[in-house]
Design a protein. Sequence first.
Length: 112
Amino acid sequence: MSVLESWGVVLALGLGTFLIRYSFIGLFANHDMPEWLSHGLKLIVPAIFAAIVASGVAISNGQFGGWALWPKYGAAAIALAFALRFKGNILVTVITGMLALHILLAVQRWMA
């Protein structure tokens, strides 16, 4: 790819990003957003976060880890239970997940 083509890609991506942002800021500035769109936008951030966490739990070295990663699966399940119990308190969820992961990793080392 030449330098000119590279700059063309950068400019096209910049223009595309601007148009996506303007579509919500410029077009909906003086209008109420439809309820279905507002509700959908509220769900995007949790969906992205869930995808990042799920890939971090289930993938190791670029491949699906299988049952060798059972401590990660257990810690994720425990953190999920605490997140549901404490209504999404992120601090409790993260601390519980970290503690569960370290305890389960110690159990895995002890069993080996």
